[in-house]
Ligand binder design. Structure first.
Ligand code: S3P
Length: 189
């Protein structure tokens, strides 16, 4: 686990970034900040960024909520598996995935083999607060968001834990979390 040290300067970040040759794939529950932190991480390390949920929406020409509504979760998961395989194949620098992607055994195996999986973990209270800002997540409409997030955390933590790198996100600036990720990857490499 990461305790925080001095901020890295640009040459230090660049030196770490040069050692990273595989896509960095961010996994973790809804609301941990995979997309926002991922964008910052890509900017800092001068890599490209892509959001898998957005890529799925573009491929389907429907929002995630609409895919769940019209076709059901199983169809969404199928599309998610195919899109993430394509994004890894295309060699994007940083890929933010939807919270359920790494739960799929095939996707998990692919990420573990061809990318660097980074689990962003976070306390439930923060996740409830952050996810309440937008009403776009179908799984959180099925009951009390705090209960759902707590259950998903219990169910998924052992799987997210297969990612070789884990950091705990704090409420600080995204750049801080992004730097923590680079340092953690650097230690793991
Ligand atoms: C899901 C997370 C969502 C989205 C879908 C299902 C999940 O992505 O893929 O609503 O199963 O945890 P975010 O983690 O980006 O919210």
């Amino acid at each position: 686990m990461d305790t925080h040290s001095e901020p890295l300067d640009n040459p230090q970040i660049a030196a770490i970034a040069r050692r990273i040759t595989r896509p960095i794939v961010l996994v973790g529950l809804m609301g941990v900040g995979k997309s926002t932190v991922g964008r910052k991480l890509a900017e800092l390390s001068q890599r490209s960024f892509i959001d898998a949920d957005t890529a799925i929406e573009e491929a389907a020409q429907l929002s995630v909520a609409e895919i769940f509504e019209k076709h059901g979760e199983a169809v969404f998961r199928d599309g998610e598996r195919r899109v993430i395989a394509r994004l890894i194949e295309e060699g994007h620098g940083v890929i933010a995935t939807g919270g359920g992607a790494f739960v799929d055994p095939e996707t998990r195996a692919l990420i573990l083999e061809k990318a660097i999986g980074v689990w962003i973990d976070c306390d439930i209270e923060t996740l409830v607060e952050r996810t309440s800002r937008r009403n776009t997540r179908p799984l959180l409409k099925q009951g009390d968001p705090a209960e759902i997030l707590t259950r998903l955390h219990t169910e998924r933590a052992p799987l997210y834990g297969e990612a070789p790198v884990r950091i705990v996100s704090k409420n600080g600036p995204h750049a801080e979390t992004a730097t923590m990720i680079l340092e953690a990857i650097d230690r793991w490499l």
